[in-house]
Ligand binder design. Structure first.
Ligand SMILES: [Zn+2]
Length: 482
């Protein structure tokens, strides 16, 4: 089966950088790109007319938790104004006796919904650092159904976080230090790595820098080497984490992680916002960025999520200029990797007070080739001969954009995931005219809505203070009842 995309502006790979080919042609044979150029004469079984559209490498979203937005919605809890209580602790640290155990089918639904949502927004590849599905078989099946490229294994940790009856967060160590979870992850990778013609890839997910003991991180590095997979860990995510590591190890988070050996060229640190030298932390920066750059570890930068919590990485440009490989992720909904490029650019400009900073080329690289590099994949994030046939076609001819002088600048400054028209993964069209070719979206949405509303309606049952959703997040306006 061969496929030809013609007539669009192709963002092709020159060998060292992206280059635009107007009225370009891309030919795909099976799962690989076989031709990129201007010759329209190559025959193919199927032709996609991309006239007026931007033919991009499939984007790489380095942070998609495969779950519904139920918890995301509560992230800006107005009742806990102390920053230590914020971030995922708001919804992730329940009272111990109220720890939720959602039914398997709700978890599977969340996973399917998130993976499809990220894909529709243009991400042909996603890194899932921990979703909700308990059954490994079910997860692998969902990846097969949705059709995107997914890096995953179940996350593990040495200690859990809970909220006590006074609303204080605390850590509780697991008797096995997290080894059972770690073993499950290793088993998952042994069993499913490479399934669905390689669309399902293993990656080890020690959950957070401060919830994994140093020995577990060391064992993770050894296992990743054995299994030949990468590692993702949340790090620099919040002030609580920073203080916990400082108390226990007398080091800042990057310095501490470096001491465990986990900073390798196959490691991605999700967020890396609250680090030594950040303006919200009174701790000397020293060589933090240099240490990161020299280790070869990457950052999975999720600017929108942090902006919701009034936080920001300082800054995208500084990290890039220090030589750190930075990719992009969404973390919370919307799982819109196109808009995330704009957030990355805008917030870097704001932090550095430099309106000409974080140029479109840099954030586009972060969402494509740099994300691929983070995952150790030379054959992703670029449109080049013999690269994987993962492509996102974006329609720029909408009144919202206005005429586009430079399409990549237009995409970064004005675009969104809703403009993604077609997504091709492994040579297969999985999103066509903005709709999944594999999944009944209407049915999926209706089930998601019912599931999320059930969770929000019953939130007081799991909340430490028995608060309702509307107390945690008051609605924008009252509802008229008559
Ligand atoms: Zn996360």
């Amino acid at each position: 089966m061969s496929l030809k995309i013609q007539g669009g502006i192709v963002v092709a790979w020159s060998g060292s950088h992206h280059v635009l080919i107007p009225d370009g042609t891309v030919v795909i044979e099976k799962d690989r790109i076989t031709y990129v150029g201007t010759d329209r004469s190559v025959a193919a079984d199927q032709v996609i007319d991309a006239s007026g559209k931007l033919v991009c490498p499939g984007f790489i979203n380095l942070h998609v938790h495969s779950q519904l937005n139920t918890g995301d919605y509560l992230i800006t809890d107005v009742t806990k104004k102390d920053y230590l209580g914020a971030n995922y602790f708001v919804f992730g640290a329940s009272a111990k006796e109220k720890r939720p155990s959602p039914p398997a089918e709700a978890l599977a639904l969340g996973a399917k919904y998130a993976l499809l949502s990220a894909l529709k927004n243009g991400a042909s590849t996603i890194l899932d650092p921990g979703g909700g599905v308990a059954d490994p078989e079910a997860y692998a099946e969902i990846v097969g159904q949705v059709g995107g490229r997914v890096f995953y294994s179940p996350p593990y940790r040495s200690s859990d976080i809970f909220t006590d009856s006074e609303g204080r967060h605390y850590y509780e160590e697991r008797p096995d230090g997290g080894r059972a979870g770690f073993q499950k992850a290793v088993d998952f990778i042994r069993r499913f790595h490479g399934h669905h013609n390689g669309r399902l890839q293993g990656i080890l997910n020690p959950a957070q820098a401060e919830t994994c003991e140093p020995a577990l991180l060391e064992e993770t590095v050894a296992a990743a080497r054995d299994l030949q997979v990468g590692i993702h860990i949340h790090a620099g995510g919040n002030l609580r984490e920073f203080l916990r590591i400082l108390e226990r190890h007398r080091k800042g988070v990057v310095e501490y992680l470096a001491s465990t050996g986990i900073l390798t060229p196959r490691t991605i640190l999700g967020h890396l916002v609250f680090i030594e030298g950040h303006s919200r932390i009174d701790y000397p920066a020293g060589d933090t960025l240099k240490l990161m750059a020299e280790s070869g570890a990457s950052v999975g930068h999720c600017p929108h999520k942090y902006a919701k919590m009034a936080g920001v990485m300082e800054s995208f440009d500084r990290y890039v200029e220090a030589g750190i490989n930075v990719g992009l992720g969404t973390d919370t909904y919307p799982l819109d990797i196109v808009s995330e490029m704009r957030y990355a650019s805008l917030f870097s400009r704001l932090v550095d007070r430099k309106y000409y900073g974080a140029r479109p080329a840099e954030v586009f690289n972060a969402a494509t080739v740099w994300g691929a590099k983070a995952l150790g994949r030379e054959d992703l994030g670029k449109i080049a001969q013999s690269a994987k046939a993962d492509i996102a076609i974006v329609d720029l001819r909408t009144l919202r954009y206005g005429p586009a002088r430079d399409p990549v600048t237009a995409l970064v400054e004005y675009g969104g995931g809703a403009d993604v028209d077609t997504v091709i993964v492994d040579g297969e069209i999985v999103i066509d005219q903005g709709r999944s070719t594999r999944i009944d979206e209407g049915e999926l949405f209706a089930r998601a809505e019912a599931t999320a509303n059930r969770a929000w309606d019953n939130w007081q049952g799991r909340d430490w203070a028995g608060r309702k959703t509307e107390e945690i997040i008051p609605p924008a306006f009252p509802t008229r009842k008559d």
